[in-house]
Design a protein around this ligand. Sequence first.
Ligand code: BGC
Length: 452
Amino acid sequence: MTSPISRRSFLSRCALLAAAAPLSQLGGMPGSGSPGAALSGRGVRAHRRQGRDFLWGTAGSAYQMEGGNVASDVWVLEHMKPSIFVEPSGDADDVYHRFEGDLALAASLGFNAHRLSIEWSRIEPEPGQISLAELAYYRRVLEACHRHGLAPVVTFNHYTVPRWFAAAGGFETEAGIEPFVRYCETVTQHLGELITVAATFNEPNINALLSWSPAIQKMLPMIAAFRKAATQAGGSAQWSSPMLADFRVQQPILIQAHAKAYDAITRLSQGRFPVGVTLSLTDDRPADGSGGVERKRAQVLTPWLQAPGDFVGVQVYTSAVVGANAELPPTAGVELTQMGYPYAPEALEGVIRMVAQQTRRPIYVTENGIATEDDTRRIAFIRGAVDGMLKCIADGIDVRGYMHWSLLDNWEWTSGYRPKFGLVEVDRTTFARTPKPSANYLGQIARKGKIA
Ligand code: BGC
């Protein structure tokens, strides 16, 4: 059970298991000069023409970077013995204490936006018990973003949930909707004035997407065993970690939770910033005439486009050839990243064009990146991906931002610290940050709004 496995394959294993913001309007607020504020209609197009107000940033998540999120469901999973997580997250990148320096670094590299998530288990460690101290912490983080000229793109939920919420059945029961919406209300009331763009969920379609992976299909028995062990470790027969859930049960509930959270956030913020979801998408090509690509899209994209949203966040890492019921394994000899996916910078353009055909909603690239020890491959990847995105914009597609995953090397779920997604290296003993050449490369693109 301890063999190294990628997050994507872990999630897909788990997914299949059971199936055997506008600061410019806020005159006195810190950072009211942040770009991308209201981002509606004509304003955004003008922004884009001016180049600088397109959101160029990096993306991260609380659990993977902050460290010490002990009240979260994933903390339980990663400390199970045996666990499918190769190593625990521990202190992660200690972003919890080092955010000020990290944001200053991101700004100095040339970025004008930063995507981060709020850890629900910090805000509400026990049901209904709201931590004002942690809300104040995230206020300091968001204020620091603005002080450094970084527009905060805020995800309310990036995979992890409080232990008590998982123990009560998570999002595999409709009873999970109300606590999530209440949490979103709390965050909006306390922090909404500092948000530039908001996503309710990060990749709520991931379990559906990964159900198409043949590697996952082989791992069902192991996943079943891990889920069973998780109910014991979590101390509840109802235990449901979103990562372990059956997407057929969970996704319809996530859609309802998103729709209600969308209404609540929009109402409480008086619509000052756009609210949407971010979706994991691969650039799919048909293997044959069996209609697999269309069936996959009907599971991973269409239901989310039918839900409310002011934009679509696209998160793209690779491409896939899709047969009737599963993706085909990568062709022999093709270059693979550290995650085992085909190296495919062009996938971003393919996904943006596909999404733009399906919806008129604006698009943000909320994640795109590569796990590699070879930074020259990261630079080539960025060049190819950004070039494709700029072609889409030149063709009139309404793309409003590009956020690279990630600023820092970080804890990649079940794969631990091995995959290197960062533009900046993190020393695992001293936490010292060292920018890689790719950090300066993408920073230059961000400054100029084009590839040099
Ligand atoms: C997720 C991140 C993850 C990244 C790289 C994205 O799908 O949102 O949490 O680290 O992919 O695998």
